[in-house]
Structures are given as C-alpha cells and as structure tokens.
Write a protein that binds this ligand. Structure first.
Ligand code: PMP
Length: 424
C-alpha cells in the first residue's frame, strides 16, 4: 500500500473510485450499528446479575447495627466506604458513598461551590464575575457539558502522552478566575492515557492563584484494565496532602463498569473537611442513598483482589473488541499515513485522530452507511474540535462481529474523506 500523500492524482482518483464502489456495497447491507457510547455489553451485565442473589433473609438487611432499608447513614455504609477506600487506595474516613452515578456527585460538588462556595472561597462561585475551568482535551464530553451548564468559561488544555500539558496548566492557574480542572487520570476518556508520576506530583503540588481551586479527579477507570494485569496508581489524596493541598481534590469512581451503569454505586473521596461541608448541603437533598444496593456491592465485590478477578472476566469480553478495532486500523489505515490512534490497555475507548478537517465528513459518511459514532467535536469543550480531527471509538457494546463490520465501514469512510481532502 502506498501512503496517500505519495500517490499521484490519477492513483488517488482510482483509489477513490474503488472506495466509492465498496461504500455503495456497504450501504446496500442496510447496517444499523451503534458505537456511540462506552457501555458494557449485555453479556457483561448478565455475568454480574447474580449480585441480586446477595440479600435474601430479613437479617441480611441489618448491617453494623444499621437497618439498610431505613433512612440514615447519609455518607454511606461503613463497609461500602471500606470497599471503595480499598479500591482507590485511600482511607474509609475520606470516602462518601452515594447513589448510582459518580457524575451526579461531580455535579453536586460544583453545584455546592456555585451556590454556597467551597471552604476557602472568598464568595460563592455564582457571585464571581467569571469562573474559568481547565478542560484537558480530548476529554469526556459530559465533564465539559457539566461545567458549561454553570456558565463557566472552558479553557482547553492539550493532552500529552503523560497527561494534561502541565506547563499550560501551571500558566493558566496564575489567573484567580481559574477555579478548577477536569482529570481522568487512569485510562483517560478517550485516549486511554495513564498520567505519569511526574504529572501527578505536579498536579498535587500546584500553587493556584484561586484559594478554592478544585481538582476533579475522575478515576472512573481505576481498575479497568482489559489487556494485562492491574496497574498500581498513586493515591491522589495522599499526594495532595503531602504538598499542603489536602482540600484541593475530589476523587470520583463508581461501579458503573464493574457491575451495572444503571444500578451500580458511586463514591467520592476527599478531605474530611470537604466531606463535612458536602454532607451539610447534600443532606438537604436526600436523607439517604440506596444502602441496599451498597450492601449488595459490599458482599459481591468484597475487596480489591476479589474485584480484580471480576475485572478479568470483563476483560475477556472487552479485549477481542479492542483487538478487532486496533488490528483493522493497523492493517488498513497505518500504511496510508493519514491518521493516528491510541493503543489503550484499559478504559472503554480508542481515540482516533483523522487527517485534520475530515472528522465530521468521516462520521457523516459512517452515518450514511448505518454506523453511529460519538459526534465529531464531542471530545472538546463546547463540542468544537479546532482541527476537526478527533473521533472517539467505543467498541464495548456491540457483539464482536458487529464491531468488525463497523470498523470496516469506518476505515472506508476515513479513507474517502482523506482522499477528498487531498483532492480527487
Ligand atoms: N467519568 C468518565 C470518565 C466516564 O467515561 C463515564 C462514563 N462514560 C462516567 C464518568 C460516568 O460515570 P457514572 O456512571 O458513575 O456517572
């Protein structure tokens, strides 16, 4: 295969004509494939559905003297705190266990800061003339939408292979209007990057101008290796404390991709002072979360070692799908030198950088051929990718045969849009 840039115009035209024929054949198949979001597949959900057998007898509902069916224990069951502390390598007293969505806890933290202010806030964030927020990109669209919904000004920070560009972060935090940053430190969404030790230390030891600067440390994929063994990862609370920034960070995680996205348990870990402040406000919204589900998870997951065994079973579903994507891209696209992509070992996504100016066109072609993917631009603040290049591939949900079909369509569309850009 010749790289497209080395082809003559005639060669490119011949290639494009062949692709048009292939595209017409694909369209004629009437495919209806969905690779838009990072969801576990049905087999994964079936695999863990025996969690519902955990609680049977009336006495199962009395735990540590607490009737888990009743009100109370707002910050979570003690054993649920212990479980999450074990998963995240922090202390149970630093953990708040909530409902099913970590995203809701993230919203809660920002909402409380907006309405009431944080511990060190000069005033509630809603009283600030402007709140600016650092968004390492490509990143998670729901993070960006959350801070956008409060009217914050989103500032793009480039991602590097070791995490957010820390030079850019350290420069940006000199502005006291910059109140926080989004981070997905392990198997980042979408690139699958693990922040390096150096990045973590620089992050934990920052000296922001804003006294209430907030790191939103979303460790959504903390134990989500699908290729290889569990990778140890430093505890950010310990790191921040070490550098005198104990109140600066909130860490989040959930069992959305360990048990169920629709019926899991989410947690937040932060300093005791932050927890006390958060509980004060959250206690006005709810008297308690679903402790029955928390207890089911305590009994089912037990501890980190036991949970990691379960993650190996999830990996058995995930790995072939990622391999289907990566091997096809390596074979079909790499020799053409028109794109690059990540080779993650965990998380739920592959990040694909198409030839600049072709992502939207590629996904429009995919749609025409019946393959739905996350919208181009979604991985950037305000949904705008300045290079129109990044595409998030989410292969976890469809069966592997469908992933193979979808990625074949995707490759055809990537090639067509690149040739159109180069001129045919
Ligand atoms: N954070 C990240 C980085 C995610 O990718 C996702 C799900 N795609 C979530 C949070 C959502 O987590 P939860 O289900 O706990 O709200």
């Amino acid at each position: 295969m010749t790289a497209y840039k080395d082809m003559t115009l005639d060669q490119r035209r011949a290639e494009y004509a062949a692709l048009q024929t292939a595209f017409a054949d694909l369209k004629a198949q009437g495919l209806k494939l969905d690779m838009t979001r990072g969801k576990p597949c049905k087999d994964q959900l079936d695999m863990v559905s025996d969690i519902f057998d955990m609680l049977k007898e009336p006495e199962d509902y009395i735990v540590d003297g607490i009737d888990i069916r009743n009100y109370g224990a707002l910050s979570g069951l003690p054993e649920a705190k212990r479980l999450f502390a074990n998963l995240l390598d922090c202390k149970p007293k630093q953990v708040f266990v909530g409902g099913n969505a970590s995203l809701q806890l993230m919203y809660g933290v920002i909402d409380c800061a907006f309405i009431h202010g944080r511990l060190n806030s000069p005033r509630p964030w809603c009283k600030e003339p402007v709140v600016k927020w650092l968004c390492p990109a490509p990143g998670y669209d729901r993070h960006f939408k959350l801070t956008e919904s409060f009217g914050f000004e989103l500032i793009t920070i480039p991602m590097t292979s070791t995490g957010p560009d820390m030079d850019a972060v350290e420069e940006a935090i000199k502005d006291p209007a910059v109140k926080g940053i989004w981070c997905v430190p392990k198997y980042s969404n979408p690139e699958g990057i693990i922040y390096s030790k150096d990045t973590i230390v620089r992050m934990a030891s920052m000296k922001p101008a804003a006294p209430d600067f907030t790191i939103m440390w979303d460790n959504a994929y903390c134990i989500h290796e699908f290729d290889g063994d569990y990778v140890e990862f430093p505890d950010i609370l310990h790191q921040c404390k070490k550098y005198g920034n104990y109140d600066m960070v909130y860490e989040f995680a959930s069992t959305s991709k360990i048990t169920f996205p629709g019926d899991g348990v989410a947690c937040m870990a932060t300093s005791e002072a932050n927890l006390e402040d958060f509980e004060k406000w959250i206690g006005i919204q709810t008297i308690s979360y679903d402790k029955v589900n928390q207890q089911r998870h305590v009994l089912y997951l037990q501890n980190r070692a036991h949970t990691l065994k379960l993650m190996k079973k999830h990996a058995a579903f995930m790995k072939p799908k990622f391999e289907a994507v990566l091997s096809t891209l390596d074979r079909e696209i790499a020799p053409l030198e028109i794109a690059s992509w990540s080779h993650p070992k965990g998380g739920y996504f592959v990040s694909f950088d198409a030839m600049p100016g072709t992502a939207k066109r590629t996904l429009a072609l995919c749609k025409e051929a019946g393959v739905a993917m996350t919208a181009a631009g979604a991985t950037f603040p305000y949904g705008i990718d300045p290079n129109d290049s990044n595409i998030r591939i989410a292969p976890s949900f469809p069966p592997v045969e469908d992933v193979e079909k979808a990625i074949a369509v995707f490759c055809t569309c990537v090639k067509m849009s690149a040739l159109e850009k180069l001129g045919v």
